[in-house]
Design a protein around this ligand. Structure first.
Ligand code: NAD
Length: 499
């Protein structure tokens, strides 16, 4: 079977640990490649390589670093179709969605092209007699990114795009389930002019992650994945003195006010709950109609739309969504639906039995729709990460507002209404990090920042935008004094003040 590799010092490097993970073809259910699982030693070697590349890269002027980003963007655009096909083949999402995955990552690269401006410090002339004060933002050193399976292009680019533009070197540890696109992106970065060692990719599992979290050369760790992993990454990296930002899971609600346009709501819900088979951290997984009449009307309109979803091959341009990433994940999602039925929720549309003709072993699942879900049920409290939508009915606006605000996760939330006052009140009071008003997937653009609240994010800096630049740089403030030659100062033993 085809074996994948690591990408270290500008070269494809075969794994030597003797341990491999399986990369499946989600459409057929068969293994398509073996992913090397890096040992601690292989991971340390990649980190050491990035550390050796750091001084040279950090010394490049920011416009040269920006030019590499411009070339990288152009190269990814030229390679869009093959990259998207590669992504779909391992992840299972349809090609249009893979293009979206790459495009959203490229938007962060576009943002990083502005690094000469973004990384500028501040200057105060004449802070005191003969005294000027200025600050600079310097790179940290080796930064690492540990990324999930569900956005194998966008999330690595969120991280290494800004880290590298700021003058850091980077070790990416992508998901072992679909590592080919991050490996290819590292080749394109080299082709774009980033020196060898500036971007290394190590394919691995917990062993290589634990090495990253404890290696003294690693200055900062960015993570995106499940909340249990995020919490562990945050605690371990912080205990080892590293900067850390760790994004976790989600349970994103959509509040549907009685005045909302239900056709628009249904369009938004089918796209955001079932697109990419629900394997998106910003997928809407809970719909909250306000009032029983709204709830009944919603189910009446939505159920046939869910039944009509076209589940198909990733390569089928007509398919609404493709297979799930692995058989293990499919089994987990099916078990969540079984639990919902056992707990007494009303399974209005049951997609558990779906198979695609000719691809019976593929990891496909039909859309599921639950009604009368209550906040104690596990299908409400836990992230499912599959094509499953739960309807939780709320009696009024206040009850609807409490649901996402009191949930353990606080990634995204959305309200559909024609009432500006209600929308404004909701956006102000809801305890969630990213809010959509008549927008179902409120993912901020690259020049804003991405991050949830509560158990959806550990650490206090968001991804990309100005916060990304802040995360990947440290500030140094210089106070300089050039006294006139004939000025005598003498010793002063009080704390300096500048009147
Ligand atoms: P995951 O936590 O299983 O894996 C993420 C990364 O952590 C992978 O690289 C994996 O190899 C590594 N990892 C897994 N278990 C580990 C352990 N015990 N110790 C050390 N490293 C470990 O997540 P996933 O299944 O790949 O991705 C899906 C999850 O990611 C969902 O919960 C989803 O909500 C979340 N996600 C969140 C965001 C966000 O921005 N908040 C974005 C995308 C995905």
């Amino acid at each position: 079977m085809r074996k994948l590799w690591h990408f270290i010092d500008g070269e494809q490097v075969a794994g030597t640990s003797g341990r491999y993970g399986v990369v499946y073809d989600p459409m057929t259910g068969e293994a398509q490649a073996k992913a090397p699982l890096a040992s601690a030693g292989e991971t340390r070697a990649a980190i050491a390589n990035a550390a050796a590349a750091f001084p040279g890269w950090a010394a490049e002027n920011p416009q040269k670093r920006a030019r590499v980003m411009f070339r990288f963007k152009a190269l990814v655009e030229e390679n869009m179709q093959p990259l998207a096909e590669m992504l779909s083949r391992e992840h299972g999402k349809v090609i249009a969605d893979s293009i979206g995955d790459i495009q959203r990552g490229l938007e962060v690269i576009e943002f990083a092209c502005g690094i000469p401006h973004l990384q500028k410090g501040e200057f105060t002339e004449g802070a005191g007699p003969g005294i000027d004060m200025y600050s600079m933002r310097q790179p940290l050193g080796v930064c690492a990114g540990i990324t999930p399976f569900n956005f194998p292009a966008m999330i690595p680019m969120w991280m290494f795009g800004i880290a590298i533009a700021c003058g850091n070197t980077f070790v990416c540890k992508p998901s072992e389930k679909d590592p080919s696109v991050p490996l290819r992106l590292a080749e394109l970065m080299l082709e774009a002019g980033a020196p060898k060692g500036v971007l290394n990719v190590v394919v691995g599992d917990k062993e290589s992650v634990d090495t990253i979290l404890t290696d003294p050369h690693v200055e900062a760790v960015s993570f995106v994945g499940a909340s249990t992993t995020a919490e562990y990454i945050y605690a371990t990296a912080a205990a080892n003195g590293k900067r850390v930002q760790a994004m976790g899971g989600a349970k994103n609600h959509m509040i549907i006010m009685p005045d909302a346009d239900l056709d628009q709501v249904c369009d938004a819900l089918v796209g955001s709950a079932y697109g990419s088979a629900g394997e998106r951290c910003m997928a809407i997984s809970v719909a909250v109609p306000v009032g029983q009449t709204t709830g009944d009307a919603l189910i009446e309109k939505l159920a046939p739309r869910v039944e009509a979803l076209k589940v198909g091959l990733s390569t089928d341009a007509e398919a609404d969504y493709g297979p799930m990433v692995t058989g293990e994940h499919l089994a987990k999602v099916r078990a969540c639906v079984d639990n919902g039925v056992e707990e007494g929720a009303d399974l209005v549309v049951d997609g558990r039995g779906f198979t695609l003709q000719g691809y019976e072993k593929g990891f496909f699942m039909g859309g599921c729709l639950f009604d009368h879900v209550t906040p104690e049920m596990s299908i409400y409290t836990d992230e499912i990460f599959g094509p499953v939508l739960s309807v939780v009915r709320a009696d009024d606006f206040e009850a609807a507002l409490r649901l996402p605000s009191e949930h353990q996760y606080g990634n995204g939330v959305s309200i559909f209404t024609r009432d500006g006052d209600a929308a404004r009140e909701f956006a102000s009071r809801v305890q969630v990090g990213m809010v959509g008003i008549n927008v179902p997937i409120p993912v901020p653009l690259a020049y804003h920042t991405f991050g949830g609240w509560k158990r959806s994010a550990f650490g206090d800096t968001n991804q990309h935008g100005a916060e990304g630049v802040k995360f990947y740089t440290k500030i140094k403030t210089v106070t300089s004094r050039w006294p006139e030659a004939d000025m005598r100062s003498g010793a002063d033993f009080t704390i300096p003040t500048m009147k």
